[in-house]
Design a protein around this ligand. Structure first.
Ligand code: ADP
Ligand code: MG
Length: 589
Protein backbone atom coordinates (compact mmCIF):
# COMPACT_ATOMS: atom_id res chain seq x y z
CA UNK A 1 0.00 0.00 0.00
CA UNK A 2 1.36 3.44 -0.86
CA UNK A 3 1.48 5.98 1.91
CA UNK A 4 -1.47 8.37 1.97
CA UNK A 5 0.21 11.02 4.06
CA UNK A 6 3.09 12.81 2.35
CA UNK A 7 5.37 15.63 3.32
CA UNK A 8 4.58 18.63 1.11
CA UNK A 9 7.27 19.90 -1.20
CA UNK A 10 8.92 23.03 0.10
CA UNK A 11 7.57 25.09 -2.80
CA UNK A 12 4.00 24.25 -1.72
CA UNK A 13 4.46 24.56 2.03
CA UNK A 14 5.97 27.99 1.59
CA UNK A 15 2.82 29.21 -0.13
CA UNK A 16 0.61 28.39 2.81
CA UNK A 17 -0.01 31.27 5.22
CA UNK A 18 2.51 30.63 7.93
CA UNK A 19 1.71 31.02 11.59
CA UNK A 20 1.64 29.26 14.86
CA UNK A 21 -1.45 27.08 15.02
CA UNK A 22 -1.14 26.23 18.70
CA UNK A 23 -1.92 29.22 20.88
CA UNK A 24 -4.05 27.77 23.63
CA UNK A 25 -6.06 24.64 24.45
CA UNK A 26 -8.93 25.81 22.23
CA UNK A 27 -6.69 25.97 19.19
CA UNK A 28 -5.55 22.39 19.90
CA UNK A 29 -9.18 21.28 20.15
CA UNK A 30 -9.99 23.07 16.92
CA UNK A 31 -7.19 21.38 15.01
CA UNK A 32 -8.01 17.93 16.41
CA UNK A 33 -11.71 18.32 15.65
CA UNK A 34 -11.01 19.47 12.14
CA UNK A 35 -8.90 16.38 11.62
CA UNK A 36 -11.71 14.16 12.94
CA UNK A 37 -14.19 15.85 10.64
CA UNK A 38 -11.86 15.52 7.65
CA UNK A 39 -11.55 11.82 8.57
CA UNK A 40 -15.31 11.41 8.08
CA UNK A 41 -16.22 10.93 11.75
CA UNK A 42 -19.93 10.97 12.67
CA UNK A 43 -19.38 10.95 16.40
CA UNK A 44 -16.72 12.89 18.28
CA UNK A 45 -16.19 12.94 22.03
CA UNK A 46 -14.08 15.67 23.58
CA UNK A 47 -12.94 15.39 27.16
CA UNK A 48 -11.08 18.21 28.85
CA UNK A 49 -9.70 18.82 32.30
CA UNK A 50 -8.84 22.22 33.72
CA UNK A 51 -9.95 24.05 30.62
CA UNK A 52 -7.81 21.76 28.50
CA UNK A 53 -4.61 22.87 30.19
CA UNK A 54 -3.82 19.47 31.68
CA UNK A 55 -5.83 17.18 29.41
CA UNK A 56 -7.57 17.23 26.05
CA UNK A 57 -8.80 13.95 24.61
CA UNK A 58 -10.57 13.80 21.26
CA UNK A 59 -11.98 10.45 20.20
CA UNK A 60 -13.58 9.93 16.80
CA UNK A 61 -15.02 7.10 14.74
CA UNK A 62 -13.37 8.35 11.55
CA UNK A 63 -11.27 6.51 9.01
CA UNK A 64 -8.23 6.09 11.26
CA UNK A 65 -4.58 6.15 10.15
CA UNK A 66 -2.59 3.28 8.65
CA UNK A 67 0.34 2.20 10.76
CA UNK A 68 2.84 3.17 8.09
CA UNK A 69 1.40 6.70 8.04
CA UNK A 70 1.32 7.35 11.76
CA UNK A 71 4.85 8.71 12.13
CA UNK A 72 4.54 10.80 8.97
CA UNK A 73 1.35 12.40 10.24
CA UNK A 74 3.40 14.03 13.00
CA UNK A 75 5.99 15.50 10.65
CA UNK A 76 5.76 19.14 9.70
CA UNK A 77 3.97 19.79 6.42
CA UNK A 78 2.76 16.22 6.28
CA UNK A 79 -0.76 15.96 4.95
CA UNK A 80 -3.00 13.62 3.04
CA UNK A 81 -5.17 16.49 1.88
CA UNK A 82 -3.24 18.42 -0.76
CA UNK A 83 -0.17 17.70 -2.79
CA UNK A 84 0.36 20.57 -5.21
CA UNK A 85 -0.14 24.29 -5.58
CA UNK A 86 -3.29 23.95 -7.72
CA UNK A 87 -4.97 22.09 -4.86
CA UNK A 88 -4.70 25.22 -2.74
CA UNK A 89 -7.30 26.94 -4.90
CA UNK A 90 -9.96 24.33 -4.34
CA UNK A 91 -9.62 23.38 -0.74
CA UNK A 92 -12.60 21.48 0.57
CA UNK A 93 -11.09 19.86 3.66
CA UNK A 94 -10.72 21.85 6.87
CA UNK A 95 -7.04 21.11 7.38
CA UNK A 96 -4.45 21.34 4.68
CA UNK A 97 -1.33 22.74 6.22
CA UNK A 98 0.02 19.53 7.65
CA UNK A 99 1.26 21.42 10.67
CA UNK A 100 -1.14 20.76 13.49
CA UNK A 101 -0.03 17.39 14.79
CA UNK A 102 3.64 18.35 14.55
CA UNK A 103 3.06 21.64 16.36
CA UNK A 104 0.91 20.09 19.09
CA UNK A 105 3.32 17.20 19.64
CA UNK A 106 6.22 19.64 19.99
CA UNK A 107 4.73 21.37 23.03
CA UNK A 108 2.90 18.64 24.94
CA UNK A 109 2.75 14.94 25.71
CA UNK A 110 0.69 13.34 22.96
CA UNK A 111 -0.67 9.85 22.73
CA UNK A 112 -2.52 8.68 19.64
CA UNK A 113 -4.42 5.44 19.37
CA UNK A 114 -5.70 4.79 15.87
CA UNK A 115 -7.04 2.07 13.64
CA UNK A 116 -8.53 2.18 10.16
CA UNK A 117 -12.01 0.65 10.29
CA UNK A 118 -11.06 -2.50 8.43
CA UNK A 119 -7.60 -3.11 9.91
CA UNK A 120 -7.23 -5.83 12.45
CA UNK A 121 -4.69 -4.12 14.65
CA UNK A 122 -4.38 -0.51 15.66
CA UNK A 123 -1.35 1.58 16.55
CA UNK A 124 -0.47 3.44 19.69
CA UNK A 125 2.02 6.24 19.28
CA UNK A 126 3.39 8.59 21.93
CA UNK A 127 5.53 11.68 21.73
CA UNK A 128 6.84 13.90 24.49
CA UNK A 129 7.96 17.35 23.42
CA UNK A 130 8.31 16.20 19.83
CA UNK A 131 10.33 13.06 20.71
CA UNK A 132 8.95 9.61 20.04
CA UNK A 133 8.55 7.54 23.20
CA UNK A 134 6.30 4.72 22.02
CA UNK A 135 5.21 3.11 18.76
CA UNK A 136 3.33 -0.18 19.22
CA UNK A 137 0.53 -2.35 17.95
CA UNK A 138 -2.62 -2.30 19.99
CA UNK A 139 -6.13 -3.68 19.88
CA UNK A 140 -8.62 -0.80 19.67
CA UNK A 141 -11.86 0.25 18.02
CA UNK A 142 -11.85 1.83 14.56
CA UNK A 143 -11.14 5.55 14.54
CA UNK A 144 -8.65 7.79 16.26
CA UNK A 145 -8.21 8.98 19.79
CA UNK A 146 -5.69 11.69 20.54
CA UNK A 147 -4.76 12.70 24.04
CA UNK A 148 -2.87 15.94 24.62
CA UNK A 149 -1.51 16.27 28.14
CA UNK A 150 0.27 19.13 29.89
CA UNK A 151 0.14 21.63 27.07
CA UNK A 152 3.26 23.86 26.96
CA UNK A 153 4.95 21.85 29.74
CA UNK A 154 8.29 22.37 27.96
CA UNK A 155 7.70 26.01 27.01
CA UNK A 156 6.99 27.68 30.36
CA UNK A 157 6.84 31.17 28.84
CA UNK A 158 3.86 30.17 26.68
CA UNK A 159 2.23 28.30 29.52
CA UNK A 160 2.27 31.47 31.55
CA UNK A 161 0.14 33.18 28.95
CA UNK A 162 -2.73 30.77 29.41
CA UNK A 163 -5.77 32.24 31.12
CA UNK A 164 -7.89 30.69 33.87
CA UNK A 165 -9.26 27.19 33.38
CA UNK A 166 -12.78 28.53 33.08
CA UNK A 167 -11.76 31.04 30.43
CA UNK A 168 -9.81 28.50 28.40
CA UNK A 169 -12.72 26.06 28.83
CA UNK A 170 -15.22 28.58 27.50
CA UNK A 171 -13.08 29.15 24.42
CA UNK A 172 -13.17 25.41 23.83
CA UNK A 173 -16.94 25.18 24.14
CA UNK A 174 -17.21 28.12 21.77
CA UNK A 175 -15.15 26.33 19.13
CA UNK A 176 -17.17 23.15 19.55
CA UNK A 177 -20.40 25.10 19.28
CA UNK A 178 -19.38 26.56 15.92
CA UNK A 179 -18.26 23.22 14.57
CA UNK A 180 -21.37 21.46 15.79
CA UNK A 181 -23.54 24.08 14.07
CA UNK A 182 -21.57 23.66 10.88
CA UNK A 183 -21.65 19.85 10.98
CA UNK A 184 -25.10 18.84 12.04
CA UNK A 185 -24.54 15.29 10.84
CA UNK A 186 -21.88 14.78 13.50
CA UNK A 187 -22.67 14.24 17.15
CA UNK A 188 -20.35 16.29 19.37
CA UNK A 189 -20.06 15.61 23.08
CA UNK A 190 -17.96 17.78 25.36
CA UNK A 191 -17.23 16.83 28.94
CA UNK A 192 -15.38 19.24 31.17
CA UNK A 193 -13.93 17.67 34.34
CA UNK A 194 -16.32 14.77 33.83
CA UNK A 195 -19.43 16.93 33.38
CA UNK A 196 -21.35 16.86 30.08
CA UNK A 197 -21.46 20.38 28.68
CA UNK A 198 -22.42 19.96 25.04
CA UNK A 199 -24.29 17.07 23.47
CA UNK A 200 -25.56 17.53 19.94
CA UNK A 201 -27.80 14.97 18.24
CA UNK A 202 -25.85 14.62 14.99
CA UNK A 203 -29.10 13.90 13.13
CA UNK A 204 -28.43 16.39 10.36
CA UNK A 205 -31.09 18.84 11.59
CA UNK A 206 -29.72 22.32 12.18
CA UNK A 207 -32.74 23.35 14.24
CA UNK A 208 -32.26 20.39 16.62
CA UNK A 209 -28.58 21.21 16.89
CA UNK A 210 -29.36 24.83 17.72
CA UNK A 211 -31.87 23.71 20.37
CA UNK A 212 -29.32 21.35 21.93
CA UNK A 213 -26.87 24.22 22.24
CA UNK A 214 -28.95 27.34 22.85
CA UNK A 215 -32.08 25.86 24.36
CA UNK A 216 -35.79 25.79 23.51
CA UNK A 217 -36.55 29.47 23.78
CA UNK A 218 -34.26 30.38 20.91
CA UNK A 219 -35.11 27.16 19.09
CA UNK A 220 -38.80 28.04 19.02
CA UNK A 221 -38.17 31.49 17.63
CA UNK A 222 -36.09 30.82 14.58
CA UNK A 223 -36.82 31.79 11.02
CA UNK A 224 -35.52 29.52 8.33
CA UNK A 225 -33.42 31.19 5.67
CA UNK A 226 -32.86 29.30 2.47
CA UNK A 227 -32.28 31.05 -0.78
CA UNK A 228 -29.75 31.75 -3.43
CA UNK A 229 -28.81 34.86 -5.34
CA UNK A 230 -26.43 34.94 -8.26
CA UNK A 231 -24.83 31.64 -7.43
CA UNK A 232 -24.51 32.36 -3.72
CA UNK A 233 -26.57 30.17 -1.41
CA UNK A 234 -27.59 31.36 2.05
CA UNK A 235 -28.90 28.67 4.39
CA UNK A 236 -29.64 28.50 8.04
CA UNK A 237 -31.69 30.20 10.73
CA UNK A 238 -31.99 33.69 12.11
CA UNK A 239 -34.03 34.78 15.10
CA UNK A 240 -37.36 36.49 14.94
CA UNK A 241 -36.83 40.20 15.50
CA UNK A 242 -37.86 40.18 19.15
CA UNK A 243 -35.37 37.47 20.10
CA UNK A 244 -32.11 39.30 20.45
CA UNK A 245 -28.98 39.18 22.55
CA UNK A 246 -26.74 41.90 23.92
CA UNK A 247 -23.73 40.76 21.90
CA UNK A 248 -22.87 38.99 18.67
CA UNK A 249 -21.85 35.78 20.43
CA UNK A 250 -24.95 34.01 19.13
CA UNK A 251 -24.04 34.61 15.52
CA UNK A 252 -22.16 31.90 13.65
CA UNK A 253 -21.23 32.37 10.04
CA UNK A 254 -19.87 29.64 7.84
CA UNK A 255 -18.51 29.71 4.35
CA UNK A 256 -18.87 26.34 2.67
CA UNK A 257 -19.10 24.83 6.13
CA UNK A 258 -16.05 26.60 7.53
CA UNK A 259 -16.58 28.92 10.49
CA UNK A 260 -15.40 32.41 9.73
CA UNK A 261 -15.43 35.89 11.17
CA UNK A 262 -16.16 38.66 8.77
CA UNK A 263 -17.24 42.18 9.61
CA UNK A 264 -18.92 42.67 6.25
CA UNK A 265 -21.13 39.62 6.72
CA UNK A 266 -22.13 40.63 10.25
CA UNK A 267 -22.96 44.08 8.97
CA UNK A 268 -25.12 42.67 6.18
CA UNK A 269 -27.09 40.61 8.72
CA UNK A 270 -27.62 43.58 10.99
CA UNK A 271 -28.54 45.83 8.08
CA UNK A 272 -31.22 43.38 7.05
CA UNK A 273 -32.83 43.80 10.48
CA UNK A 274 -32.43 47.53 10.38
CA UNK A 275 -35.09 49.44 12.28
CA UNK A 276 -36.37 46.24 13.86
CA UNK A 277 -33.84 46.00 16.65
CA UNK A 278 -33.34 48.15 19.69
CA UNK A 279 -29.94 49.77 20.15
CA UNK A 280 -27.16 47.36 21.11
CA UNK A 281 -29.30 44.29 20.48
CA UNK A 282 -28.15 41.63 18.06
CA UNK A 283 -30.04 38.87 16.32
CA UNK A 284 -29.22 35.20 16.67
CA UNK A 285 -27.96 33.86 13.35
CA UNK A 286 -26.55 30.57 12.15
CA UNK A 287 -25.86 30.89 8.45
CA UNK A 288 -23.89 28.96 5.91
CA UNK A 289 -22.82 30.83 2.82
CA UNK A 290 -22.37 28.40 -0.04
CA UNK A 291 -20.37 29.54 -3.01
CA UNK A 292 -17.85 28.31 -5.51
CA UNK A 293 -14.59 27.74 -3.57
CA UNK A 294 -12.80 29.69 -6.33
CA UNK A 295 -14.66 32.84 -5.22
CA UNK A 296 -13.26 32.82 -1.72
CA UNK A 297 -9.72 32.79 -0.40
CA UNK A 298 -9.39 30.88 2.88
CA UNK A 299 -5.64 30.93 2.92
CA UNK A 300 -5.20 34.41 4.39
CA UNK A 301 -5.09 33.67 8.11
CA UNK A 302 -3.12 30.98 9.95
CA UNK A 303 -6.15 29.84 11.97
CA UNK A 304 -8.23 30.04 8.77
CA UNK A 305 -10.77 32.24 10.56
CA UNK A 306 -10.72 35.09 8.12
CA UNK A 307 -11.64 34.73 4.50
CA UNK A 308 -11.49 37.08 1.59
CA UNK A 309 -14.35 37.15 -0.89
CA UNK A 310 -13.46 37.90 -4.47
CA UNK A 311 -16.65 39.96 -4.76
CA UNK A 312 -17.65 41.27 -1.35
CA UNK A 313 -20.63 43.24 -2.57
CA UNK A 314 -22.20 40.25 -4.21
CA UNK A 315 -22.02 38.25 -0.98
CA UNK A 316 -23.21 41.19 1.09
CA UNK A 317 -26.14 41.79 -1.23
CA UNK A 318 -27.16 38.14 -1.19
CA UNK A 319 -27.19 37.94 2.62
CA UNK A 320 -29.01 41.23 2.98
CA UNK A 321 -31.67 40.38 0.40
CA UNK A 322 -32.29 36.88 1.73
CA UNK A 323 -32.77 37.85 5.36
CA UNK A 324 -34.65 41.03 4.60
CA UNK A 325 -37.10 39.13 2.42
CA UNK A 326 -37.71 36.65 5.24
CA UNK A 327 -38.25 39.51 7.66
CA UNK A 328 -40.69 41.30 5.39
CA UNK A 329 -42.66 38.15 4.75
CA UNK A 330 -43.13 37.20 8.37
CA UNK A 331 -45.79 38.37 10.75
CA UNK A 332 -44.05 39.51 13.90
CA UNK A 333 -46.85 40.38 16.25
CA UNK A 334 -45.99 39.53 19.83
CA UNK A 335 -48.62 37.99 21.98
CA UNK A 336 -49.34 39.62 25.33
CA UNK A 337 -49.04 36.23 26.96
CA UNK A 338 -45.45 35.89 25.80
CA UNK A 339 -44.26 38.98 27.66
CA UNK A 340 -44.06 37.03 30.87
CA UNK A 341 -41.28 34.99 29.32
CA UNK A 342 -37.72 35.94 29.93
CA UNK A 343 -36.83 36.96 26.41
CA UNK A 344 -39.95 38.67 25.19
CA UNK A 345 -42.67 37.76 22.83
CA UNK A 346 -43.42 35.05 20.46
CA UNK A 347 -44.48 35.87 16.96
CA UNK A 348 -47.56 34.40 15.44
CA UNK A 349 -47.37 33.14 11.93
CA UNK A 350 -50.16 30.68 12.01
CA UNK A 351 -53.22 32.82 11.44
CA UNK A 352 -54.92 32.80 8.09
CA UNK A 353 -54.94 36.35 6.95
CA UNK A 354 -57.83 37.82 5.05
CA UNK A 355 -57.14 40.37 2.41
CA UNK A 356 -57.96 43.87 3.45
CA UNK A 357 -59.92 46.22 1.33
CA UNK A 358 -58.20 49.49 1.20
CA UNK A 359 -60.50 52.45 1.44
CA UNK A 360 -59.17 54.48 4.28
CA UNK A 361 -56.37 56.39 2.74
CA UNK A 362 -56.91 60.09 2.29
CA UNK A 363 -55.01 61.09 -0.76
CA UNK A 364 -54.84 64.70 0.24
CA UNK A 365 -51.42 66.14 -0.23
CA UNK A 366 -49.93 68.67 2.11
CA UNK A 367 -49.31 71.88 0.28
CA UNK A 368 -46.53 73.94 1.70
CA UNK A 369 -48.40 76.84 3.23
CA UNK A 370 -46.32 79.88 2.85
CA UNK A 371 -46.57 82.84 5.08
CA UNK A 372 -47.67 81.44 8.40
CA UNK A 373 -45.04 78.94 9.44
CA UNK A 374 -47.75 76.44 8.83
CA UNK A 375 -46.36 73.91 11.26
CA UNK A 376 -47.71 75.47 14.39
CA UNK A 377 -50.52 73.00 14.45
CA UNK A 378 -50.06 70.80 17.48
CA UNK A 379 -51.77 67.73 16.13
CA UNK A 380 -50.26 65.55 13.53
CA UNK A 381 -52.70 64.68 10.81
CA UNK A 382 -51.92 61.03 10.45
CA UNK A 383 -54.11 60.43 7.49
CA UNK A 384 -52.55 63.17 5.50
CA UNK A 385 -49.24 61.47 5.23
CA UNK A 386 -49.01 60.41 1.70
CA UNK A 387 -47.76 56.88 1.67
CA UNK A 388 -50.04 55.05 -0.66
CA UNK A 389 -48.54 56.24 -3.91
CA UNK A 390 -45.06 55.15 -3.07
CA UNK A 391 -45.25 52.18 -0.76
CA UNK A 392 -45.82 48.92 -2.49
CA UNK A 393 -48.88 47.00 -1.58
CA UNK A 394 -47.91 44.82 1.27
CA UNK A 395 -51.14 44.49 3.14
CA UNK A 396 -51.51 40.82 3.95
CA UNK A 397 -49.66 40.94 7.22
CA UNK A 398 -51.79 43.04 9.53
CA UNK A 399 -55.26 41.50 9.70
CA UNK A 400 -58.46 43.33 9.02
CA UNK A 401 -59.06 45.34 12.16
CA UNK A 402 -62.15 46.90 13.64
CA UNK A 403 -61.04 49.83 15.71
CA UNK A 404 -62.75 49.88 19.07
CA UNK A 405 -61.29 53.05 20.48
CA UNK A 406 -58.33 54.78 22.02
CA UNK A 407 -56.86 53.93 25.41
CA UNK A 408 -54.94 56.33 27.65
CA UNK A 409 -54.47 58.69 24.70
CA UNK A 410 -51.68 56.38 23.61
CA UNK A 411 -52.98 53.04 22.35
CA UNK A 412 -55.45 52.08 19.70
CA UNK A 413 -57.61 49.14 20.72
CA UNK A 414 -58.85 46.96 17.88
CA UNK A 415 -60.12 43.49 17.14
CA UNK A 416 -59.64 41.21 14.17
CA UNK A 417 -59.44 37.51 13.29
CA UNK A 418 -60.73 36.61 16.74
CA UNK A 419 -57.99 38.46 18.61
CA UNK A 420 -57.59 41.72 20.45
CA UNK A 421 -54.89 44.06 19.14
CA UNK A 422 -53.26 47.00 20.83
CA UNK A 423 -51.33 49.46 18.73
CA UNK A 424 -48.94 52.01 20.12
CA UNK A 425 -50.07 55.01 18.10
CA UNK A 426 -46.76 56.82 18.41
CA UNK A 427 -44.62 53.88 17.46
CA UNK A 428 -46.97 53.28 14.53
CA UNK A 429 -46.79 56.86 13.43
CA UNK A 430 -43.02 56.87 13.71
CA UNK A 431 -42.83 53.79 11.52
CA UNK A 432 -45.15 55.26 8.90
CA UNK A 433 -43.21 58.52 8.78
CA UNK A 434 -39.91 56.70 8.66
CA UNK A 435 -40.89 54.61 5.67
CA UNK A 436 -42.38 57.58 3.92
CA UNK A 437 -39.28 59.68 4.45
CA UNK A 438 -36.97 56.85 3.46
CA UNK A 439 -38.88 56.26 0.26
CA UNK A 440 -38.93 59.92 -0.59
CA UNK A 441 -35.25 60.06 0.21
CA UNK A 442 -34.54 57.17 -2.13
CA UNK A 443 -36.73 58.55 -4.89
CA UNK A 444 -36.97 62.28 -5.43
CA UNK A 445 -35.73 63.60 -2.15
CA UNK A 446 -37.65 64.49 0.97
CA UNK A 447 -40.43 67.02 0.57
CA UNK A 448 -39.50 69.97 2.64
CA UNK A 449 -41.00 73.38 3.05
CA UNK A 450 -39.32 76.72 3.40
CA UNK A 451 -39.97 78.61 6.59
CA UNK A 452 -40.84 82.25 6.28
CA UNK A 453 -38.73 83.15 9.29
CA UNK A 454 -35.67 81.00 9.67
CA UNK A 455 -35.15 79.42 13.06
CA UNK A 456 -31.83 80.61 14.44
CA UNK A 457 -30.04 78.30 16.84
CA UNK A 458 -27.01 79.36 18.85
CA UNK A 459 -24.36 76.76 19.40
CA UNK A 460 -20.97 76.46 20.98
CA UNK A 461 -18.06 76.79 18.62
CA UNK A 462 -17.47 73.05 18.73
CA UNK A 463 -21.13 72.20 18.09
CA UNK A 464 -21.33 74.67 15.24
CA UNK A 465 -18.28 73.06 13.64
CA UNK A 466 -19.86 69.62 13.86
CA UNK A 467 -23.07 70.80 12.27
CA UNK A 468 -21.19 72.65 9.53
CA UNK A 469 -19.29 69.51 8.67
CA UNK A 470 -22.50 67.57 8.24
CA UNK A 471 -24.68 70.12 6.51
CA UNK A 472 -24.94 68.03 3.37
CA UNK A 473 -26.15 64.82 5.03
CA UNK A 474 -28.66 66.79 7.06
CA UNK A 475 -29.85 68.72 4.02
CA UNK A 476 -30.58 65.51 2.17
CA UNK A 477 -33.02 64.55 4.90
CA UNK A 478 -35.14 67.64 4.31
CA UNK A 479 -33.54 70.10 6.72
CA UNK A 480 -31.89 73.04 5.07
CA UNK A 481 -29.41 74.67 7.44
CA UNK A 482 -27.10 77.60 6.87
CA UNK A 483 -24.27 79.15 8.75
CA UNK A 484 -25.56 82.25 10.46
CA UNK A 485 -22.94 84.42 12.02
CA UNK A 486 -20.02 82.86 13.85
CA UNK A 487 -21.53 80.21 16.09
CA UNK A 488 -25.13 80.06 14.99
CA UNK A 489 -27.02 78.22 12.35
CA UNK A 490 -30.26 79.13 10.66
CA UNK A 491 -32.83 76.48 9.77
CA UNK A 492 -34.39 77.54 6.45
CA UNK A 493 -36.50 74.49 5.58
CA UNK A 494 -37.84 71.45 7.37
CA UNK A 495 -39.65 68.31 6.13
CA UNK A 496 -43.33 69.00 5.54
CA UNK A 497 -44.58 67.17 8.61
CA UNK A 498 -42.06 68.73 10.96
CA UNK A 499 -42.91 71.41 13.51
CA UNK A 500 -41.04 74.43 14.78
CA UNK A 501 -40.95 73.52 18.47
CA UNK A 502 -39.20 70.26 17.78
CA UNK A 503 -36.71 71.70 15.32
CA UNK A 504 -34.45 73.10 18.02
CA UNK A 505 -34.65 69.91 20.01
CA UNK A 506 -33.91 67.92 16.90
CA UNK A 507 -30.74 69.91 16.20
CA UNK A 508 -29.67 69.41 19.81
CA UNK A 509 -30.34 65.68 19.54
CA UNK A 510 -28.24 65.58 16.41
CA UNK A 511 -25.36 67.24 18.19
CA UNK A 512 -25.64 64.80 21.06
CA UNK A 513 -25.59 61.90 18.60
CA UNK A 514 -22.54 63.30 16.89
CA UNK A 515 -20.59 63.91 20.05
CA UNK A 516 -21.48 61.39 22.74
CA UNK A 517 -22.25 57.79 23.45
CA UNK A 518 -20.57 55.19 21.35
CA UNK A 519 -19.89 57.69 18.66
CA UNK A 520 -16.34 58.65 18.19
CA UNK A 521 -15.55 62.23 17.42
CA UNK A 522 -15.98 63.08 13.78
CA UNK A 523 -18.37 60.20 13.23
CA UNK A 524 -20.73 60.86 10.36
CA UNK A 525 -24.32 59.89 10.85
CA UNK A 526 -25.89 58.18 7.92
CA UNK A 527 -28.96 59.75 6.35
CA UNK A 528 -31.18 56.93 7.56
CA UNK A 529 -30.10 57.61 11.13
CA UNK A 530 -30.95 61.27 10.74
CA UNK A 531 -34.33 60.29 9.33
CA UNK A 532 -34.92 57.96 12.28
CA UNK A 533 -34.19 60.78 14.70
CA UNK A 534 -36.40 63.22 12.85
CA UNK A 535 -39.34 60.81 12.96
CA UNK A 536 -38.89 60.25 16.65
CA UNK A 537 -38.96 63.98 17.29
CA UNK A 538 -41.99 64.59 15.12
CA UNK A 539 -44.19 62.22 17.08
CA UNK A 540 -46.17 63.82 19.87
CA UNK A 541 -47.00 62.17 23.12
CA UNK A 542 -50.47 61.76 24.57
CA UNK A 543 -52.83 62.92 21.97
CA UNK A 544 -56.46 62.22 21.39
CA UNK A 545 -57.24 60.78 18.01
CA UNK A 546 -60.52 60.75 16.18
CA UNK A 547 -61.84 57.51 14.77
CA UNK A 548 -60.97 58.73 11.30
CA UNK A 549 -57.39 59.50 12.32
CA UNK A 550 -56.99 56.09 13.88
CA UNK A 551 -58.33 54.40 10.78
CA UNK A 552 -56.05 56.48 8.62
CA UNK A 553 -53.05 55.56 10.71
CA UNK A 554 -53.80 51.85 10.67
CA UNK A 555 -54.36 51.98 6.92
CA UNK A 556 -50.96 53.62 6.49
CA UNK A 557 -49.34 51.15 8.82
CA UNK A 558 -50.71 48.26 6.83
CA UNK A 559 -48.86 49.63 3.84
CA UNK A 560 -45.53 49.77 5.60
CA UNK A 561 -42.93 47.19 4.70
CA UNK A 562 -42.14 46.48 8.30
CA UNK A 563 -45.15 47.50 10.36
CA UNK A 564 -44.27 45.61 13.54
CA UNK A 565 -41.67 47.86 15.11
CA UNK A 566 -40.93 51.54 15.21
CA UNK A 567 -37.67 52.48 13.46
CA UNK A 568 -35.89 52.09 16.79
CA UNK A 569 -37.04 48.53 17.32
CA UNK A 570 -39.89 49.02 19.79
CA UNK A 571 -43.03 46.97 19.07
CA UNK A 572 -45.89 48.73 17.28
CA UNK A 573 -48.57 46.11 17.72
CA UNK A 574 -49.28 43.36 20.22
CA UNK A 575 -52.06 40.85 20.37
CA UNK A 576 -54.13 38.95 22.88
CA UNK A 577 -55.99 35.93 21.60
CA UNK A 578 -59.50 35.04 22.60
CA UNK A 579 -58.10 31.88 24.16
CA UNK A 580 -55.62 33.85 26.24
CA UNK A 581 -58.42 36.12 27.43
CA UNK A 582 -60.64 33.18 28.28
CA UNK A 583 -57.80 31.66 30.24
CA UNK A 584 -57.36 34.84 32.23
CA UNK A 585 -61.06 34.93 33.02
CA UNK A 586 -61.01 31.22 33.87
CA UNK A 587 -63.53 30.42 31.16
CA UNK A 588 -61.21 27.68 29.95
CA UNK A 589 -58.55 25.69 31.72
P1 ADP B 1 -3.57 18.52 8.05
O1 ADP B 1 -4.85 18.32 8.77
O2 ADP B 1 -3.34 19.94 7.70
O3 ADP B 1 -3.38 17.59 6.90
P2 ADP B 1 -2.40 17.60 10.51
O4 ADP B 1 -1.05 17.77 11.11
O5 ADP B 1 -3.56 18.13 11.29
O6 ADP B 1 -2.38 18.21 9.06
O7 ADP B 1 -2.65 16.07 10.24
C1 ADP B 1 -1.76 15.37 9.43
C2 ADP B 1 -2.43 14.19 8.78
O8 ADP B 1 -2.76 13.23 9.78
C3 ADP B 1 -3.73 14.50 8.11
O9 ADP B 1 -3.55 14.95 6.78
C4 ADP B 1 -4.48 13.17 8.17
O10 ADP B 1 -4.09 12.36 7.09
C5 ADP B 1 -3.93 12.52 9.42
N1 ADP B 1 -4.86 12.66 10.56
C6 ADP B 1 -4.77 13.53 11.58
N2 ADP B 1 -5.77 13.36 12.47
C7 ADP B 1 -6.55 12.36 11.99
C8 ADP B 1 -7.75 11.70 12.46
N3 ADP B 1 -8.38 12.06 13.59
N4 ADP B 1 -8.23 10.69 11.71
C9 ADP B 1 -7.61 10.30 10.56
N5 ADP B 1 -6.48 10.88 10.08
C10 ADP B 1 -5.94 11.89 10.78
MG1 MG C 1 -5.28 19.12 10.55
Amino acid sequence: MTAKIRVLEKSVSEKIAAGEVVENPASVVKELLENSIDAGATSIAIEIENGGKTLIRVTDNGEGIDREDVRTAFRRHATSKISNIEDLDRIVSLGFRGEALASIAAVSMVRMVTKPRNSLEGTVYEMHGGQEVMFEEVGCPGGTSIEVKELFYNTPARKEYLRSSSHEGSLISDIITRLALARTGISFRLTNNGKMVINTPGNGELRDTIVSIYGREIGENLVKVSCSREGIGIDGFVSKPHITRSNRGYQSIFVNGRYIKNRMVTQAIEDSYRTMLMVNRYPVAVLNIVLDPCLVDVNVHPAKLQVRFKDENLVKGAIYDCIKTCMEKGRWISSVASFGRPAGGQARQDVTIKSWSDNNITKEKIQPEHGNNCLKEERVEYNRIELDNIIKDNDNNIPELRIVGQLLNTYIAAEGDGCVYLIDQHAAHERVMYEMMTLQFENNGINSQRLLDPIVIELSHYEAEIIKENLEVIRKTGFELEEFGVNSIAVRSVPVFFGIPETKEFINDLITEYTTGNRRKGYRLKSEEVIGMACKKAVKANQRLSMQEMEGLIAQLRKAKMPYTCPHGRPVIITLSKYELEKMFKRVQ
